[in-house]
Design a binder for this molecule. Structure first.
Ligand code: HEC
Length: 132
């Protein structure tokens, strides 16, 4: 067996394994690239700097959509002052990408997971813009 074939088999085994465990592959990819440096790969956040996304409660998807697309700051106080870091706005994510990230985060970090649809996300996005 040549080395190339050997690596191809290993790679497809790994891909198969990761797809089996994560139905939200694009969501995972986006999360790892855009969110994990602050909220961490396991969703636990960074102590007093960045809040955890893990919880026993289901996420409030409509407010998450507004937070992710519009950013958020100065709502959580630690040591008598607001967090140093702020949640940046991700204005360029499409409703599909938002649905994939939110479903990935919820599926991975929240036992009370309920899948959200792209259509629901579109409604929430429109509502956030109207609220501003
Ligand atoms: C630069 C660091 C940073 C990055 C990158 C980041 N966040 Fe945040 N996030 C924060 C901080 C800080 C807060 C808290 C802001 C506040 O309320 O003061 C926050 C808050 C949140 C909240 C609200 C949590 C709550 O309990 O109210 C959600 C949901 C969230 N982020 C999701 C995401 C997602 C999804 C991504 C990737 C698309 C992301 N964040 C990327 C720093 C970050």
């Amino acid at each position: 067996m040549t080395k190339k074939i050997f690596f191809a088999i290993i790679l497809s085994a790994l891909l198969y394994y990761s797809c089996e465990n994560t139905p939200y592959v694009q969501g995972q990819f986006l999360y790892e690239n855009k969110c994990a440096n602050c909220h961490q790969s396991n969703g636990e956040g960074l102590g007093n700097l960045v809040p955890s996304l893990r919880s026993d409660k289901p996420a409030d998807i409509s407010s998450w959509v507004c937070i992710i697309t519009g950013g958020k700051k100065d709502t959580i106080a630690s040591d008598n002052s607001f967090l140093v870091r702020e949640m940046p706005a991700f204005k360029n994510l499409s409703p599909t990408e938002l649905a994939n990230i939110i479903n990935y985060v919820n599926h991975s970090f929240r036992p009370e997971f309920k899948e959200t649809t792209i259509k629901e996300i579109q409604t929430y996005v429109a509502e956030c813009v109207n609220n501003q």
